[in-house]
Design a protein around this ligand. Structure first.
Ligand SMILES: *[C@@H]1O[C@H](CO)[C@@H](O)[C@H](O)[C@H]1NC(C)=O
Ligand SMILES: *[C@@H]1O[C@H](CO)[C@@H](O)[C@H](O)[C@H]1NC(C)=O
Ligand SMILES: *[C@@H]1O[C@H](CO)[C@@H](O)[C@H](O)[C@H]1NC(C)=O
Length: 454
């Protein structure tokens, strides 16, 4: 016998199964302070790092909701929530499933009752309830038509801090290691665009990626970007970038490419009329260690860290062209080659909240960057979280160290035995600060979620 199902019943059945998954069958508890890292970590003096959860499925992007629940993109699985001090978990951490979707890759943001996630071609908005840590109904597509696929399928994005109108900044990375199409902004590759954020009350149609205002391009992998909390008019967008693997570029020795090019902290001036910043990819890249191979690659010995050189893909885009800031904007600060920065967050503690577990208030306004670490350097580097000290004003804060510095940042937490990495070492990806000033970090290949606190 068949029975006609009404839409109402279908809807109920859908809610019930997601409740089962999210609320019960998928729930897991980890008691407080019961885990150890899979590989040892070293923490900056005065701080401690503690695993919260392990055995996660490639945890990547992380954000925190208005009830201080962590929301994590477990790549290849979906979005999960982590609630602290849960009574059903002996006051430990409770993990529940928010959305099961294998298409989510990294991007995640939450604002009140809106949860945003990205696939390789779209940004979606769900109605989200921070009390139950569940989504309600189907998502709305906010941005569509982001060039899909490619070597990197991550599509990081940023909800602009409150201004009127609120914007959403969406990005697309390279399609291949050295991507000639990225030279043309109409490729959609290696760039960041800005869009008005459709209000939650109006029925919205999705906006095409190419309709957005181009803010910056020639950024190979714009994996993380943020405004400084004191930059209230949102004039400078800080963007991290990973340099290409240049082992196949003619004329460069293995010794040289082991220590070059630098990874980057860039700054795009984005006030009206100053958009379209070009940051060099694929033609121009950045010196980290100019003197690493004085015999094999003597042409670089008079360069400085942070200076631009040409990969000579096109004859007119030579070193001189790359070094002209009319053509190409060099990084504001360089990171050691092969560090692979994947997220950037500013520390903005609430001064009226006194918390013993907060990172030092003296670090207010500093940038924190995750270094995922690379496979193509001997010995390995990365596998850490670093802090980039910023000035307190200028009038808008900038890094304390000059662009030529190799010491513009310091570690916060790192794998103790780099020689064993990747192995089970931490491979930090996503960063988010709690309102109490603790720093939460995802580590993808080790499957860990951990917290850094005082
Ligand atoms: C993680 O998974 C491994 C392998 O399945 C298992 O041996 C271990 O007990 C798990 N750890 C936790 C904390 O669940
Ligand atoms: C959980 O409890 C600890 C210890 O009392 C506290 O520091 C922390 O802020 C609490 N977390 C939340 C989200 O309330
Ligand atoms: C370098 O070239 C080899 C051989 O063609 C290729 O297998 C490899 O993927 C290339 N490496 C990069 C980083 O492009």
């Amino acid at each position: 016998m068949t029975r006609k199902t009404t839409n109402f019943q279908v809807h109920l059945a859908f809610c019930y199964s997601s409740l089962l998954l999210g609320g019960f069958s998928g729930a897991q508890c980890i008691p407080r302070n019961s885990l150890t890292f899979r590989s040892p970590v070293t923490v900056f003096s005065g701080l401690s790092a503690t695993p919260i959860f392990n055995n996660l499925t490639t945890p990547r992007g992380i954000t925190i909701d208005s009830n201080q629940n962590l929301l994590v993109v477990e790549r290849g699985f979906g979005v999960t929530a982590f609630k602290e001090n849960d009574s059903t978990c002996s006051n430990g951490w409770l993990r529940t499933i928010v959305i099961q979707n294998t298409e989510f890759t990294q991007g995640i943001q939450v604002s009140g009752e809106s949860l945003y996630v990205s696939t390789d071609s779209e940004i979606l908005r769900y109605v989200y309830d921070p009390t139950t840590r569940t989504v309600i109904g189907n998502p709305v597509v906010i941005i569509s038509g982001i060039p899909p696929g490619g070597e990197l399928t991550t599509r990081p994005f940023l909800l602009q801090p409150s201004t009127n109108p609120i914007s959403i900044l969406a990005s697309c990375p390279l399609s291949e290691n050295i991507d000639p199409t990225a030279r043309d902004p109409n490729s959609g590759r290696s760039q960041i665009r800005s869009f008005p954020l459709p209000s939650t009350s109006s029925p919205s149609t999705s906006q095409d990626f190419f309709s957005g205002t181009l803010l910056a391009f020639g950024i190979r992998n714009p994996a993380g970007f943020a405004f400084h909390p004191l930059d209230s008019s949102l004039t400078k967008l800080w963007i991290i970038d990973n340099g290409a693997s240049i082992g196949n570029v003619t004329g460069l020795t293995d010794t040289f490419v082991n220590d070059n090019p630098a990874d980057e902290l860039n700054v795009a001036e984005i006030q009206k009329g100053k958009e379209n910043n070009f940051f060099g990819f694929p033609d121009c890249t950045t010196i980290w260690n100019p003197k690493v191979d004085p015999t094999g690659d003597p042409q670089f010995i008079n360069f400085h860290t942070g200076e631009q050189f040409s990969l000579q893909l096109e004859s007119e885009r030579d070193d001189e062209w790359c070094q002209n800031i009319e053509n190409n904007i060099p990084p504001r600060l360089s990171f050691q080659a092969h560090s692979v920065p994947l997220d950037l967050k500013f520390f903005n503690p609430r001064h009226n909240v006194v918390s013993q577990t907060s990172l030092p208030v003296a670090w207010s306004g500093d940038a924190f960057v995750s270094f995922h670490g690379s496979f193509d350097r001997t010995p390995p580097t990365g596998y850490r979280v670093v802090r980039v000290p910023f000035t307190s004003s200028n009038p808008i804060p900038i890094p304390i160290s000059p662009p030529t510095s190799k010491n513009g940042y310091d570690f916060v937490v790192q794998a103790t035995n780099l020689g064993t990495c990747p192995g089970t070492c931490i491979r930090p990806v996503g960063l988010v600060f709690g309102s109490d000033g603790r720093l939460f970090v995802t580590s993808d290949s080790s499957g860990e979620l951990f917290v850094v606190s005082s």
